[in-house]
Design a protein around this ligand. Structure first.
Ligand SMILES: [Zn+2]
Length: 129
């Protein structure tokens, strides 16, 4: 799809703002925005028991009402998770900037308009082995 100059400008500002907000999301480790299962050596596992994988939940922020572009036209997607065993917080180092209708949120995603997005701060997932 082709974007108008106003939409492009709104998209650039939205992406910049989301990336700034993303850096405020608490994290002790960062990963790719495509990482779904994050495997780590969990200090709470008995020595020799191997590693533990936790699922990172998708956060999906939509463009709020803005000048030059339709509300919800763009989305900024990242992942975040908290290990309930050792407290490790993992999030994407960057987000994916997409046209929302071509990239709908996955099932279980936390969807919010960027101006109302609550930054991840509590356990959102149950780790799985
Ligand atoms: Zn852990």
């Amino acid at each position: 799809m082709s974007l108008t100059p106003g939409e492009r400008e709104a998209g650039r500002a939205f992406r910049t703002r989301c990336q700034e907000l993303l850096l405020q999301v608490p994290a002790t480790a960062v990963c790719s925005p495509f990482t779904v299962w994050y495997r780590h050596e969990c200090r709470d596992i008995d020595q020799g028991a191997g590693t533990w994988a936790m699922r990172l939940r998708q956060h999906y922020w939509l463009l709020p009402a803005t000048e030059g572009a339709e509300e919800g036209l763009f989305a900024f997607i990242f992942r975040w998770g908290l290990c309930s065993r050792c407290g490790l917080r993992v999030r994407s180092g960057t987000g994916r900037f997409v046209i929302a209708r071509d990239n709908p949120p996955e099932k279980g995603a936390i969807v919010a308009y960027q101006n109302r997005a609550v930054l991840a701060g509590k356990a959102s997932d149950t780790p799985a082995s």
